[in-house]
Design a protein around this ligand. Structure first.
Ligand SMILES: *Cc1c(COP(=O)(O)O)cnc(C)c1O
Length: 243
């Protein structure tokens, strides 16, 4: 990127970041929590690593990539000393090997096969991986995530695999502009989160409820999200050509 378009993106980030932090604080307060209790994860797909590093230098502490290839391309240049790197996209078992030792958390675990492969490779590498279980909260066909009806059984099946720690739930609800309906999905997630926490299962530590993106993160926080994943509102519309 040219110097001038980079500095433009830096300036845009500063503005957006400030505003998003304020909106997070307000939504947290409305739900009886403090801003510090909500983690802002920056969804950085298509965002040049220079811009991501600038964001990190401004205090952004958590970064999520959703494609393995793009993560690997950015990884060495990324200021990993100052940010936590997580994986948020759909993941095939045969790509897990590229993530172990590189990311702190895989947010998109939705099959026993995938969980087993994470466990196997973590054991081999002497690593541990935090995982979130992705829930298909809208029960959409052709979408990743565990069916809500089988969620407890799923967690019970993976929780004792060595090398992984179940830390919470993640969801991407159906695209929907009706706040009432969307709120129902988010509140449904919160209910699963609370119910599972209440079961006090060994090796399940329900601390992270990851839901809410650019268009709906305040609502997600109002419904109980502890982490929101924001991309385009932080960095501007994505340019997939450059991707
Ligand atoms: C891209 C992405 C986001 C952020 O989406 P925006 O609408 O740009 O905020 C959140 N979660 C996942 C899994 C993503 O891939």
């Amino acid at each position: 990127m040219t110097e001038s378009s980079l500095s433009e993106r830096f300036r845009a980030f500063d503005e957006n970041y400030q505003e998003i932090q304020e909106r997070i604080a307000r939504a947290a307060e409305l739900s009886g929590r403090k801003a510090e209790e909500i983690t802002l994860l920056a969804a950085t797909k298509t965002v040049p690593v220079e811009v991501v590093n600038y964001a990190v230098s401004r205090g952004l502490g958590c970064v999520g990539e959703n494609r393995v290839q793009e993560l690997l391309e950015k990884y060495e240049a990324l200021d990993r000393a100052h940010c936590d790197v997580q994986f948020i996209g759909q993941l095939q078992s045969n790509k897990v090997k590229y993530l172990v030792g590189k990311v702190s958390c895989i947010q998109s675990v939705d099959s026993v096969k995938l969980a087993r492969e994470i466990s196997r490779l973590c054991q081999r590498e002497g690593q541990t991986m935090d995982v979130l279980v992705e829930v298909n909260i809208g029960r959409e066909a052709n979408k990743g995530g565990v069916d809500p009806d089988g969620l407890v059984e799923f967690i019970d099946e993976i929780r004792l695999l060595p090398g992984i720690r179940v830390k919470g739930l993640m969801a991407i609800p159906p695209i929907c502009s009706d706040e009432k309906i969307l709120g129902r999905y988010f509140s449904g997630m919160k209910q699963y989160f609370v119910d599972i926490k209440g079961k006090s299962m060994d090796n399940v530590n329900m601390v992270c409820l990851s839901m809410g993106m650019s268009s709906d993160f305040p609502l997600a926080i109002a419904c109980g999200a502890t982490m929101v994943r924001v991309g385009s509102l932080l960095f501007g519309a994505r340019d997939y050509k450059r991707g």
